[in-house]
Design a protein. Structure first.
Length: 242
């Protein structure tokens, strides 16, 4: 079984190490554009890169994405569906359907990118990881935030900022009206305490013929970091076709 795993914003492929160790199989977890020194590109090129990575893996292939990586995985599954045998989306969004709201989000993404460059990645990560959705219904302990900040500090402010400008939800095409095109088995996971993304998982699941929605009890947005064993179980079942 081959797994191609795409990380979230400010993270890197190493975020999957613990889960990969629990699941087994062949894992490829690249650093995405703008992260850990990788060249930045626009949305369509990033989706194309995912397709190229998939082509290099033996079948059966499971495409996994978390948050930003989940949005890219969804795009790749729609544009290169013949390369994907199973799809797992964690804390992911199909994008923003309303054009006016999407423009507002693009402006907000650009403002936030400017702030990243102004204050530096370390200071930004302190702010980012203090946001309430990372802890679900609870406040994550300081050691959790410290570990996450250290793991995410592998890039440079400029690359991460440019990734936000080009790969943020403001720049992403809306895929909500194309979900019925997904013919492979799809697992949609989210933390039960991450209300917006739990609702998105349910909504997306209702539009996908071969879907399963899994809400991880008590988890927030950072389901991979908060619930690695449960995420591993989801991926194992996806790899088995369940």
């Amino acid at each position: 079984m081959s797994y191609l795993a795409l990380h979230g914003f400010t993270q890197g492929g190493a975020m999957w190490d613990q889960v990969a160790g629990l699941v087994g199989g062949q894992w490829t977890a690249p650093n995405l554009p703008g992260h850990a020194g990788q060249a930045v590109c626009d949305w369509d090129e990033a989706v194309g890169r995912v397709g190229e990575w998939l082509r290099g893996l033996p079948r059966p292939r499971v495409l996994v994405g978390y948050s930003m990586g989940g949005r890219l995985a969804l795009g790749a599954a729609l544009e290169h569906g013949g390369l994907v045998d199973s799809l797992v989306l964690l804390s992911a969004s199909p994008g923003i359907g309303d054009a006016a709201i999407r423009r507002e989000r693009l402006a907000a993404d650009r403002d936030l990118a400017d702030r990243i460059e102004a204050i530096g990645l370390s200071a930004f990560l302190e702010e980012w990881l203090a946001r309430p959705w990372f802890g679900g219904g609870h406040i994550p302990p300081p050691e959790w935030r410290q570990a996450e900040q250290a793991a995410r500090s592998v890039g440079e402010a400029r690359g991460v900022a440019e990734a936000l400008r080009r790969l943020g939800q403001g720049s992403q095409p809306y895929y909500g009206d194309r979900l019925a095109e997904l013919s492979m088995p799809v697992v949609l996971g989210a933390g039960s305490d991450d209300a917006p993304y739990a609702a998105l998982a349910r909504r997306m699941g209702a539009a996908v013929a071969r879907s399963r929605v899994a809400l991880l009890a008590g988890a927030g947005h950072a389901v991979v970091a908060e619930r690695p064993a449960e995420v591993a179980a989801l991926l194992g079942s996806a790899g088995a076709g369940g």
